[in-house]
Design a protein around this ligand. Structure first.
Ligand code: C2O
Ligand code: CU
Ligand code: CU
Length: 493
């Protein structure tokens, strides 16, 4: 076990376990209560020092996902420490109030280390949020969602096989805060649930079993300007959403179940030879996540505020490169998921990855099929195979285990450093039928650090690069893709 010891005097550390009931059919005993790391509670403006002691038998380093911190404290894999070593982080909390998380960022080891439990929640509080009458204390709960697999002896099982690497690892057991078959015991009032997708590659489509819409009050980087109510909310690996779940008026003894609802199109090749990698619980399948048992009637409840914490909306006009956006081109070639056709290299940046300190940039994230004039095919009559084409250069070489295929799949794209805003989504090249199953679930109005880019989709963002010089990563938060090198970095200077 690697341990993380919370730093500054005001850092409160708590655990998830007291908040969850054990499910009746809970037979998985492999995970201890501290499967996830402790919850770190920080205050905006606080100066934090964290000692990370690596007691694993392999190298590791921790990254504070969502926190805007100096390069030295960002958990870049160049700072990976060896077993027995200690790494000291020091930073000031610049972020607004919100929900973030920390996890391993040791290159090539990230996916498995996170899978085995090297992750935990960060809660940031600030004065703006404190002014609002939001659910607090026992009514403000984490909802860390992860999918895992267990072997016959109830031990965590991680596979390094190529299909898992290429598509991302999918488990068949859903954990909430480290427990299977999660159940919460709730009162007839409003709750705040801080949902975090801590899965390696699974994308959730959060929705209630009875069709009640969901209300979001925050995204990756804190509260929205005003609440948003949706039939369902998409949550990709690395993303967070703060949910306002109101059980007022529900009958004592009733139960509501949060599901991941069915959707399609995130993966190529759901047919034919690719079926085996989908054997257990497919990406896009419908399954329950957690049950909420209404067990006590209470008189009053906070009311959903109509205004939360207003902030400045950034636009293209705030950037200095509106006609020349920085590209993030997504592709998979020769079994490697790539950014701008490149793999991660520890000490390299390209010209367009050099960014002036203090600038605000437009960044365009899109799928790249690698050949001039090779257009994205939409609406091909082969279901998901429509998103998968053989590269011209590979014609005649056979499938070779997908080696020659150019594949379009969903990628959650995460940028370190300061958070960004989403300018636009262009779905013109998506498969309309697939896209219809997800399109109402994106909460794009808040500050973000991770954005789900569906096959065929283009997303434009505006990102400030202020405060800190240095190397800051951007990568796919499908952790298997990240480990395979679908990661690059900006040099801010
Ligand atoms: Cu949550 Cu660089 O990652
Ligand atoms: Cu991060
Ligand atoms: Cu990816």
């Amino acid at each position: 076990q690697a341990t993380i010891i919370g730093g500054g005097p005001a850092t409160r550390v708590q655990s998830y376990s007291a908040k969850l009931l054990k499910g009746p059919a809970n037979t998985l005993r492999a995970l201890p209560d501290n499967y996830l790391g402790p919850i770190l509670t920080l205050e905006k403006g606080q100066k934090v020092r964290i000692f990370f002691n690596n007691r694993l038998h392999e190298p590791s380093i921790i990254h504070w996902h969502g926190l805007h911190v100096p390069q030295h404290s960002d958990g870049h894999p160049m700072y990976t420490i060896q077993p027995g070593e200690q790494y000291v982080y020091e930073f000031e909390v610049l972020n607004r109030a919100g929900t973030s998380f920390y996890h391993s960022h040791a290159h090539d080891l990230t996916a498995e280390q996170v899978y085995r439990g090297l992750a935990g929640l960060i809660v940031i509080n600030d004065a703006d949020e404190a002014k609002l009458d939001l659910p607090r204390g026992e009514y403000d709960l984490p909802l860390v969602i992860q999918d895992r697999r267990f072997d016959g002896r109830s031990q965590l099982q991680y596979l390094h096989a190529m299909p898992e690497r290429m598509m991302g690892f999918l488990g068949d057991t859903i954990l909430v805060n480290g427990k299977p078959q999660a159940q919460f015991s709730v009162k007839t009032r409003a709750y705040r649930f801080r949902a975090v997708n801590g899965s390696n590659s699974r994308i959730y489509k959060l929705g209630w079993d009875d069709g009640t819409p969901l209300t979001a009050i925050g995204t990756d980087a804190g509260l929205l300007a005003k609440p948003e109510t949706r039939p369902y909310i998409m949550l990709a690996p690395g993303e967070r959403v703060d949910l306002w779940l109101d059980f007022s008026g529900r009958a004592v003894g009733s139960r509501l179940t949060l599901y991941s609802l069915a959707y399609s199109g995130a993966l190529p090749g759901m047919h034919g030879g690719m079926d085996m990698m989908q054997a257990q619980l497919a990406q896009g399948a419908k399954f329950p996540i957690a049950a909420f048992n209404i067990n006590e009637k209470v008189g009053d409840s906070p009311k959903l505020p109509q205004t939360l914490v207003p902030f400045q909306r950034l636009s293209e006009a705030d950037t200095d490169n509106r006609d020349n956006p920085i590209p993030i081109a997504l592709s998979i070639r020769h079994m490697r998921p790539l950014l701008n056709g490149l793999s991660f290299s520890m000490d390299r940046v390209t010209d367009y990855e050099k960014v002036a300190l203090g600038s605000i940039k437009k960044i365009r994230i899109f799928h790249d099929h690698g050949g001039a004039g090779r257009e994205h095919a939409t609406g091909m009559g082969m279901g998901r195979m429509g998103g998968m084409r053989r590269g011209d250069d590979e014609a005649g070489q056979g499938m070779g285990g997908m080696g020659g295929m150019s594949m379009d799949m969903a990628h959650p794209i995460h940028l370190h450093g300061q958070q960004y805003q989403i300018l636009s989504r262009n779905a013109a090249k998506t498969d309309a039928a697939d896209y219809a199953t997800v399109k109402d679930g994106f909460i794009d109005s808040g500050w973000k650090d991770t954005v789900l880019v569906m096959p065929g989709e283009e997303v434009n963002i505006v990102k400030p690069f202020q405060d800190y010089k240095g190397l800051f990563l951007y990568h796919c938060h499908n952790l298997e893709h990240e480990d395979l090198g679908m990661m690059r970095q900006y040099y801010i200077g």
